[in-house]
Design a binder for this molecule. Structure first.
Ligand code: CAA
Length: 378
């Protein structure tokens, strides 16, 4: 029932906007409003903060169904959960009560500010500094590629409180956009997910109170990793939805277009391609849903286990590789029409690419999978 409801909403209200969002590259506040109205922005956040109280699988289904028609719109749901996750995982009761209601009820957007110019895959290389002064910290540094950067009122910023301690010297802070010293730098022009705002954030002597720190000093890197364990399935769901959307329009096209006196779906060579697309999508879906169950069963408070970390990374890896393969084949099956903007598959192919890159490149996912499997050394 939930899937049907989201599918109807996506078909009726999101799909008609998808091409325009891509062409203009403008952030779709109308879609934020729509999702707020339907409770999707905080669908998997606890009810006590005004969220939907649903599990991870349910939020993955929401993201999947929206991504079937518009990847940018699906990212709005995923990014909102990403920004909230460090607070859900490591926030005190007081911090949760302070920050989560606005995020869960969609009164503000949230962001996760981890990546830096020299700390991408090597997230532990964080150079942003937080220097303690009494009961406050001064944060200075810059973050790049931040989804919802400059739009999100509440963000979790990772900064080093002790550079000589490496990953054990990183701490997490909740910072708001209106704090003195916070500014928005470059807004990126992207290949895909063009309506999503990806920005550089600059922190110049931003003073935050000790009470804005999540967990203890030095807990930040582990909070970031545990967050990603719980949010990578959302990106997998986005990728899966893109792939399913591409397959759906391709099947329809093959049934309509005629060449050599028959519809394209009567050519065995093309049938084989479609059968492979369907199989890859279904295999990816089964892995993702299993991963969502495993990650969900670990809860917000528990430490990530090797199984949780591995399944989350495997789902992200497989679904995003499937999305890239399926959308590339979809463009091929549309022939010349696949290469022009009047048809959605070229947008889907561009959108699919980011899912192999963000929330950890697929090379990082493979590293994580190996390190967290039997005999992998953890
Ligand atoms: N849960 C809990 N703790 C973890 C953990 C996990 N999943 N993974 C690692 N840790 C702990 C380790 O146990 C270790 O602890 P100790 O200090 O106690 O020994 C510590 O963290 C350091 O771990 P590693 O030695 O494994 O760290 P590393 O420097 O080798 O890095 C990495 C590991 C997996 C490569 C990590 O840096 C990583 O995930 N990089 C990718 C970053 C990423 O995904 N960025 C995405 C940005 S957000 C985004 O893209 C969102 C968007 O736009 C929508």
């Amino acid at each position: 029932m939930f899937r049907d409801t989201v599918r109807r909403l996506a078909e009726e209200k999101v799909k008609p906007r998808a091409q325009e969002i891509d062409e203009t590259g403008e952030f779709p506040w109308d879609i934020v409003e729509l999702f707020r109205e339907y409770g999707l922005l905080g669908v998997a956040m606890p009810e006590e903060y005004g969220g939907g109280g649903a599990d991870l699988l349910t939020s993955c289904i929401a993201i999947e169904e929206v991504a079937r028609v518009c990847a940018t719109s699906a990212l709005i749901i995923a990014a909102q959960h990403l920004g909230a996750m460090p607070i859900l995982i490591a926030g005190s009761a007081e911090q949760k009560a302070r920050y989560l209601p606005d995020i869960a009820q969609g009164r503000c957007l949230s962001a996760f500010a981890l990546t830096e110019p020299d700390a991408g895959s090597d997230a532990g290389g964080t150079r942003t500094r937080a220097i303690k002064e009494g009961h406050q910290y001064r944060i200075t540094g810059s973050k790049v590629f931040i989804t919802n950067g400059g739009l999100a009122k509440t963000m979790v910023v990772f900064a080093s409180t002790n550079p000589s301690a490496g990953t054990r010297g990183i701490s997490a802070f909740v910072v708001t956009l209106d704090q003195p010293g916070v500014s928005v730098g470059r807004i990126e022009k992207k290949m895909g997910i063009r309506g999503s705002q990806t920005a550089q954030l600059l922190f110049d002597d931003v003073v935050v109170d000790e009470s804005a720190r999540l967990g203890a000093e030095g807990d930040g890197f582990k909070i970031a990793m545990r967050t990603l364990d719980r949010t990578r399935p959302g990106i997998a769901a986005q990728a899966l939805g893109i792939a399913q959307g591409a397959l759906d329009v391709t099947v329809q096209h093959l049934a309509e277009r005629r060449q050599f006196g028959q519809t394209l779906n009567q050519f065995e060579g093309l049938q084989f391609m479609v059968a492979d697309m369907q199989t890859q999508i279904e295999a990816s879906r089964q892995l993702l849903y299993r991963a969502a169950e495993i990650v969900e069963s670990a809860g917000f408070d528990s430490k990530s286990s090797a199984e949780v970390t591995r399944f989350s990374a495997m789902a992200k890896l497989m679904c995003s590789d499937t999305a890239m393969k399926v959308t590339t084949d979809a463009v091929q099956l549309f022939g010349g029409y696949g290469y022009i903007r009047d048809y959605p598959v070229e947008r889907m192919m561009r959108d699919a690419k980011i899912t192999q890159i963000y929330e950890g490149t697929n090379q990082v996912q493979r590293l994580v999978i190996f390190r967290n499997m039997d005999g992998g050394g953890q």
